[in-house]
Design a protein around this ligand. Structure first.
Ligand code: ZN
Length: 352
């Protein structure tokens, strides 16, 4: 079968590979294999260090043959907190303990007044990445629902109201990222796998507010979280079939979001759930981020083959299940190579 490849505007390769977002940082920049790892540098040295790490992370993706590259989230400490740190209305000294995604307790900052974006958060970093490569670039932002779940709200007293405020702020940032040359803006919404009623009542509407007026492609990443203990323990309680995606998919299929990024490999997500988002581009997680075993190319290819039953070939984007920040660097590197080798097996099969 010879597949005619639709030019997507971001990529004209069949099965373009990418990662969900984060990659490990060098040990001279931050403590390895740790979330919320403190920086080891300060001031101008930290600014330079982050840029150097971004360049290395980009180079590692390129050497592995990744088609849609990212900053590896080298300039942020955490995928949610770093964005919030740049906003006014949030007091980082006034901390409360809350339950994150109904799963684990964390000490989080407090919303004490109206939230607003006083200055761009990642725009300079995105411009820097844009200068380094002509390849399509993807930039990740936290989604509104996941942001409110990582805060204590002492001002709006309404999860929905706060989420709408964040959606407006994210839209401002997204428009500037687009202007900086970002090809795909991705919103990370692991909370979509937990708060189903809210997802359908206002979660997806907030996400659409965040992408309003964008001309670049947009993605939402919904996963079962990093491979940290709180998440792996939670996964053990989910039974043999993980049908959480079933809750948000019908509305997402009708939404204006272009791409849906999902966890598939080694998970108990029934692959036929992908039928519910038929027509959307799907970033299929074919790399497990919760263990250190490097997938064989054939294992990756197997997951992609299963996904191809429910996703048209021109809409399938091989990806990782989630970010790889907590993994050892050599493991993450090995997994990137496995991803591209697995995608290549399927490309050959499709061109036969
Ligand atoms: Zn994830």
């Amino acid at each position: 079968m010879k597949t005619v490849i639709e030019k997507t505007g971001t990529n004209n390769t069949l099965l373009p590979t990418s990662t969900a977002g984060s990659l490990p940082k060098p040990t001279w920049l931050a403590e390895p294999e740790t979330l919320w790892s403190p920086w080891k540098l300060q001031g101008d040295e930290l600014v330079d260090g982050k840029q150097d790490a971004l360049r290395i992370s980009l180079q590692e993706q390129q050497q592995a043959g990744i088609d849609i590259v990212s900053d590896g989230e080298q300039t942020r400490q955490h995928f949610v907190t770093t964005f919030i740190e740049h906003l006014s209305g949030v007091d980082f000294d006034n901390r409360q303990t809350v339950r994150i995604r109904d799963r684990y307790d964390a000490s989080v900052p407090t919303v004490v007044g109206p939230v607003s974006r006083i200055k761009p958060v990642f725009v300079e970093d995105a411009k820097f990445l844009r200068q380094q490569t002509k390849q399509p670039i993807k930039w990740a932002l936290p989604g509104p629902m996941t942001m409110i779940d990582t805060l204590y709200d002492d001002h709006y007293k309404s999860r929905e109201k706060l989420a709408w405020e964040f959606a407006k702020i994210l839209n401002q940032e997204a428009k500037e990222l687009e202007a900086a040359g970002v090809d795909i803006i991705q919103f990370d919404e692991p909370a979509f796998n937990v708060f189903f009623d809210e997802v359908n009542e206002w979660g997806i509407a907030c996400l659409e507010r965040a992408i309003e007026g964008l001309k670049c492609e947009t993605a939402v990443h919904i996963c079962y979280g990093y491979g940290i203990k709180a998440n792996t323990d939670w996964k053990k309680t989910l039974g043999s079939e993980w049908r959480q995606y079933e809750e948000a998919f019908p509305k997402l299929q009708k939404s204006n979001i272009d791409i849906i990024s999902l966890e598939c490999h080694n998970s108990h997500v029934p692959m036929e759930l992908l039928e519910l988002i038929r027509g959307k581009k799907v970033m299929v997680g074919a790399i497990d981020v919760a263990n250190h075993a490097i997938e064989t190319p054939e294992e990756v290819a197997n997951t992609l083959r299963k996904a191809l039953q429910f996703v048209d070939a021109d809409k399938l984007y091989p990806c990782t299940n989630c970010g790889m920040a907590p993994l050892p660097r050599a493991v993450a590197r090995g997994k990137l190579h496995a991803l591209t080798a697995g995608a290549e097996i399927i490309r050959k099969e499709l061109s036969l």
